[in-house]
Structures are given as C-alpha cells and as structure tokens.
Design a protein around this ligand. Structure first.
Ligand SMILES: [Zn+2]
Length: 55
C-alpha cells in the first residue's frame, strides 16, 4: 500500500504523516492567517483561503 498526501495526492514515505511537508507548511500558514483574519471579521476568511490555494 502506498501512502498519499491527503491534500495534494503526492506519494509519501510510510510514517511521514497524512500530508507532505509542503502541504503541512501551507496548512500551518493558512491556519495562522485564518486566526488573524477572524479578529477582523469573517468576511475576509474566504478570500485569504483562495489566495493560498492558488500558490
Ligand atoms: Zn502534499
């Protein structure tokens, strides 16, 4: 059985986790941005998510 990244579908070594390093980094970044935006209001949350996904 091959392990695949939950986010982008690239192949992982067993034990590396559910997402690759790159996607883990993006997830952390997105989480921080989402938390920050939430302070200013929900309206901007979706916009920031879209920006990250296009990278
Ligand atoms: Zn990935």
């Amino acid at each position: 059985m091959r392990y695949q990244c939950d986010a982008c579908g690239c192949y992982l070594d067993p034990g590396e986790g559910r997402v690759c390093d790159e996607c883990q980094r993006k997830a952390d970044q997105r989480h921080r941005i989402t938390e920050r935006i939430r302070l200013n209001g929900q309206q901007y949350e979706m916009n920031m998510e879209e920006l990250i996904c296009q990278n």
